[in-house]
Design a binder for this molecule. Structure first.
Ligand code: RIB
Ligand code: CA
Length: 308
C-alpha cells in the first residue's frame, strides 16, 4: 500500500529534487504539493514549483501557501538559491497554474479524509503546517506523522544557532513541535551526510534524461553557493533526506528526545534545543535523525530519477 503524503516546499534546489523523488517513487502517493515562502518569496517559490512540475511532467496539484512567517519579519536565502530561488537552469515558460484553493485549506481538507494515514513532509518553513493546525485542530486525526527537514542539534546554518527553515518561522515551528503529533526531525546533522559529491553527480549525469540533466544543473549552482558561503566541497541535498525517510525509514537512524524550539528573540532565536540527556524533564516529543545510510540513500535517489 502506498504511503499518502503532502509535500510542503519552498523551492529551492533541494526541494526541487525532493519533488522529483516524491512524485515518482512507487511507495508514495503524492496527494499534493503545497508551497510556502522560504528560500525566496512566495511568488518565486510557487513559480519554481510549477516550473519543476511542468518540466518533469509531474501531474500533481500545486497549492499556494503563506507568503510570510506568522509573526517575524521575512527572511530569504538568496545567497544560497539565487535571485529566482532556483538559479542555474533555464526553464521553458510553464503554463502550469496553482489550484484555486489555498495550501492551508488543502492540507485541512486532505487530512480530514483520513484516520492517522497521511504523512506531512515539510521541507521549508513550517508556516503552512502551523496555520492548518491552528485553523482546524481536528486535522490531527488524519495525520500519521510529520517528517520534516529542519532544525539541528549541532550548528545552525542561517545563524550559528538556527537552521534556516526553523529560523524563518520559529513560532510556526513551536506550534508544530508542541502539537503532540509524531514528528521526525531531519536536521542538518543528518542532511550534511547527504552531500552530492562529484561521483554522485556523475552517476546522475550518466542517466542521460532531461530530468537528470536538470538535476545536474541544479547541483552545479547549489554546489557553487555552498562552496562560497560554507566552503563545502559538495552541496547537501537536505530535503531529499526527509522524503527518503518516508520511503525507507531504515535509511536513517533516529533517537527520540525532547526538542524545544527557542522563540525568544536573541542569539538562539529559532534554535531546536535537543535534550539528549533529558535534563529538562520534558517528555520526548521528536525522533531526531542521527545517521544516514549514504550508499542506499544515493541508490534510492538515482534509481528513482531513472524512472523519468
Ligand atoms: O537549511 C536547509 C533548508 O533550508 C532546506 O530545506 C533548504 O531548501 C532551505 O529551505
Ligand atoms: Ca527547502
Amino acid at each position: 500500500m502506498k504511503t499518502k503524503i503532502i509535500l510542503d516546499v519552498d523551492p529551492g534546489h533541494d526541494d526541487a529534487v525532493a519533488m522529483l523523488v516524491a512524485a515518482k517513487h512507487e511507495k508514495l502517493d503524492l496527494r499534493g504539493i503545497t508551497v510556502v515562502a522560504g528560500n525566496q518569496v512566495l511568488e518565486k517559490t510557487l513559480r519554481n514549483a510549477l516550473n519543476v512540475c511542468s518540466f518533469a511532467g509531474i501531474d500533481v496539484p500545486v497549492y499556494a501557501g503563506q507568503d510570510r512567517p506568522l509573526f517575524r519579519d521575512q527572511v530569504v536565502a538568496d545567497d544560497i538559491h539565487g535571485e529566482t530561488g532556483l538559479d542555474g537552469p533555464e526553464f521553458p515558460e510553464s503554463t502550469r497554474q496553482p489550484e484555486d484553493k489555498s495550501a492551508v485549506d488543502f492540507i485541512i481538507e486532505e487530512c480530514l479524509k483520513y484516520d492517522k494515514e497521511l504523512v506531512l513532509v515539510p521541507t521549508g518553513p513550517l508556516t503552512n503546517i502551523a496555520l492548518a493546525l491552528l485553523k482546524e485542530p481536528r486535522i490531527k486525526q488524519g495525520i500519521k506523522e510529520i517528517v520534516l527537514m529542519g532544525g539541528a542539534y549541532g550548528l545552525g546554518n542561517h545563524t550559528p544557532s538556527a537552521e534556516f527553515n526553523i529560523f524563518v518561522d520559529p513560532e510556526a515551528a513551536h506550534i508544530v513541535f508542541e502539537s503532540g503529533l509524531p514528528i521526525t526531525m531531519v536536521g542538518l546533522d543528518l542532511t550534511h551526510q547527504a552531500k552530492a559529491y562529484p561521483e554522485v553527480v556523475e552517476r546522475i549525469a550518466q542517466i542521460g534524461s532531461p530530468v537528470a540533466d536538470l538535476v545536474v544543473e541544479l547541483l552545479k549552482f547549489f554546489g557553487y553557493t555552498y562552496k562560497r558561503v560554507f566552503n563545502f566541497d559538495a552541496p547537501p541535498l537536505h530535503d531529499v533526506c526527509a522524503v527518503a525517510h518516508v520511503i525507507d525509514p531504515t535509511l536513517i537512524k533516529t533517537q527520540k528526545v525532547p526538542v524545544i524550539v527557542e522563540t525568544t528573540r536573541g542569539a538562539c532565536y529559532g534554535r531546536t534545543v535537543c535534550d539528549f540527556y533529558f535534563r529538562t524533564g520534558k517528555p520526548a516529543n521528536v525522533d531526531v535523525a542521527l545517521e544516514l545510510d549514504q550508499e542506499r540513500f544515493w541508490d534510492l535517489v538515482i534509481d528513482t530519477l531513472k524512472k523519468y
